[in-house]
Design a protein. Structure first.
Length: 428
């Protein structure tokens, strides 16, 4: 009997010693399960890779369809590529046209001028052709004049002037002081639809709009947009190619028809800038451009409220993530609204700001009344966060905490019982 009890005791002791080891092995299985989950994540990553391959192959197919489109728009692409090389070779950077014979090569916009008819030919944005031609009836060509980021094509009587701007919005403004028919012949792959009295132009890479004076008659047929104007401005404007595209662009075009869009200012590389005055009574001048501060002066002989749109990239104004940018009117803070739609209903001078990463920003300011105003765009000094004391929290069990071995308490109790019985037997 003593031998049997001893054998049972030894077995229980061995079992007690082996259980923690088995428990650790179970723990290892749990870790293996987490490794499987990680593998699953890897598989998911592998799936992403295969998706990427599929996207790449989609890109190739897209490239093949775009190559057909490219062949149709070969002239615009050729002009943009050769123009970019000429500009680079001559050390020209940022916005501004380089004029060579009948061609104008900009950082964003390329086009040619027929110096007999005055037609604007092969108008493209970043190598994408938008218009094969823009023709104006009765236009008697006099001259094509380039100054910085603007080229003017002028008629002999001075009654019609075409202003083409090398800026992210690729603005073309046609000012007619007499009746005229304007015909925009769309390039291959470009579509036009009339929405109210606004023409929306779309291509694979661009979204743009054309508006004219309220009295103008607009007709869209096939690949042609025809506008009969009595007198006034007709404006083509693309969503800025270096800014996010949204519905605010269309609403801003509407404000042009209401004479509430005052001007658009673009500041970019090498501190080059472009100013487009949408209202003839508005004048904008740049006072200074520094890495943390841009100042401009805006005046108007018309006292009613106006919108000023600004496109800025940080090759001129420079900011880092987390730095705030403030706009001031006449050295005073004004209200910032969260959405640009709020600005269109503002009764007080206010502004809206949209930063895209650390590279660029678009801002719009509503100035409720006019004479002469100073507008400042200022990058605030970075804020150094105050040191914070982290309270020590009570330790809580985690997945890494050693877990109790299942059945350990039961085994210990049984062992105690047998040991007690064995001691009593010996005493007996």
């Amino acid at each position: 009997m003593n031998k049997i009890i001893k054998l049972i005791a030894i077995s229980l002791v061995l079992t007690m010693l082996l259980l923690p080891v088995l428990g650790e092995m179970n723990s290892g299985d749990s870790g293996g399960s987490s490794t499987d989950s990680s593998q699953s994540s890897s598989d998911s990553s592998g799936s992403s890779m295969s998706e990427t391959k599929s996207v790449d192959s989609g890109s190739k197919s897209s490239d093949s369809s775009s190559s057909d489109s490219s062949s149709k728009n070969e002239k615009a692409r050729e002009m943009y590529d050769s123009g970019s090389k000429m500009r680079e070779d001559s050390g020209m950077t940022g916005m501004g046209f380089m004029q060579r014979e009948d061609n104008n090569y900009g950082n964003y916009v390329t086009f040619s001028v027929d110096k007999t008819s005055g037609d604007v030919m092969n108008f493209g944005i970043k190598g994408t052709s938008l218009f094969d031609s823009v023709k104006i009836s009765g236009f008697d060509f006099k001259d094509s004049i380039t100054k910085g980021a603007e080229t003017k094509v002028v008629s002999k009587d001075g009654a019609i002037v075409i202003h083409i701007h090398d800026n992210p919005a690729a603005v073309m403004k046609i000012n007619a002081d007499k009746e005229a028919n304007l015909t925009f012949n769309l390039a291959s792959g470009v579509n036009a639809t009339k929405e109210e009295n606004i023409v929306k132009i779309t291509s694979r890479n661009e979204t743009a709009y054309i508006v004219s004076d309220k009295e103008a008659s607009i007709n869209v047929s096939g690949n042609r947009v025809s506008i009969d104007t009595t007198k006034g401005d007709t404006i083509f404007r693309s969503s800025p190619s270096n800014m996010p595209q949204d519905d605010m662009e269309k609403q801003f075009m509407r404000e042009m028809m209401n004479n509430r869009a005052g001007a658009e200012v673009s500041v970019g590389k090498s501190d080059n800038y472009s100013i487009v005055n949408y209202s003839d009574d508005v004048n904008v001048t740049i006072g200074s451009i520094e890495t943390d501060h841009v100042r401009m002066e805006i005046n108007s002989s018309n006292h009613s409220g106006k919108f000023i749109l600004m496109n800025i990239d940080n090759s001129s104004l420079s900011w880092k993530e987390g730095q705030k940018i403030n706009l001031y009117l006449d050295n005073k803070s004004i209200n910032e609204v969260e959405k640009e739609s709020e600005l269109y209903n503002a009764s007080e001078s206010s502004y809206w700001l949209n930063k895209t990463g650390n590279n660029r920003m678009q801002a719009m300011m509503y100035i409720k009344s006019f004479s002469t105003h100073l507008v400042d765009i200022v990058v605030a000094a970075p804020v150094t966060p105050a040191p914070t004391t982290v309270a020590t929290a009570a330790a809580t069990p985690t997945a890494a905490t050693t877990q109790k071995t299942p059945g350990f308490e039961i085994t210990l109790g049984a062992l105690g019982t047998i040991a007690a019985a064995y001691m009593m037997r010996r005493r007996g």
